[in-house]
Write a protein that binds this ligand. Structure first.
Ligand code: FES
Length: 69
């Protein structure tokens, strides 16, 4: 599980909370980090949040695959 709660900021540069990233992943059908970066701007400034954003992406894709969302 991700160490972030829904309301926690994951990407401080782009002011993105976990819930913002999760919403974008599902609504915009983002499949990889390039998609996430293009659509949300997450991890495009300093990159320090890249691994955290990627972890969230993988969790959400897994949920989609398992039919949880
Ligand atoms: S914290 Fe996300 S790009 Fe810097």
């Amino acid at each position: 599980m991700s160490k972030f709660e829904d309301r926690d900021f994951v990407c401080k540069h782009m002011m993105l909370r976990k819930q913002d990233i999760v919403k974008a992943i599902h609504e915009l059908k983002l499949k990889n980090m390039d998609d996430v970066q293009d659509e949300t701007g997450a991890a495009t400034i300093c990159g320090a949040c890249y691994d955290d954003v990627e972890e969230i992406l993988h969790e959400e894709l897994k949920k989609q695959k398992e039919g949880e969302v």
